[in-house]
Design a binder for this molecule. Structure first.
Ligand SMILES: NC(=O)c1ccc[n+]([C@@H]2O[C@H](COP(=O)([O-])OP(=O)(O)OC[C@H]3O[C@@H](n4cnc5c(N)ncnc54)[C@H](OP(=O)(O)O)[C@@H]3O)[C@@H](O)[C@H]2O)c1
Length: 78
């Protein structure tokens, strides 16, 4: 099984920099944030510098619905 890092708030700022470190180490990453556009930009940026797999989850983690979305993603990808 590949190692996978799940990073919340990963489309910008500190979260993106952490995702960059994992991707550079060829560890697959799951990026979570609210804006699909920002997530797509982050995904494109990471895949351009790494062969790690990059997954994105659009979820507002301040809401129960968003937490449910993320939990569903995790359950579906175990
Ligand atoms: N920058 C610093 O020097 C510093 C120092 C100490 C502590 N902190 C704390 O560290 C955290 C991150 O800081 P940052 O500077 O990296 O912030 P940032 O640049 O604003 O990044 C925030 C990230 O979180 C996502 N996000 C925001 N609200 C969200 C929500 N409800 N659900 C899911 N994703 C959400 C944003 O994307 P979307 O907007 O698309 O959701 C973005 O990817 C903050 O809590 C900040 O207070 C920062």
């Amino acid at each position: 099984m590949n190692e996978v890092a799940l990073i919340t708030g990963a489309s910008g700022g500190i979260g993106y920099q952490i995702a960059l470190l994992f991707a550079k180490s060829n560890i697959d990453v799951v990026l979570v944030a609210r804006s699909p556009e920002k997530l797509q930009r982050a995904e494109a940026s990471l895949t351009s510098i790494s062969s790690a797999r990059v997954f994105t989850v659009v979820a507002d983690l301040s809401s129960r619905e968003g937490i449910g979305t993320l939990l569903n993603f995790i359950n579906e990808h175990q």
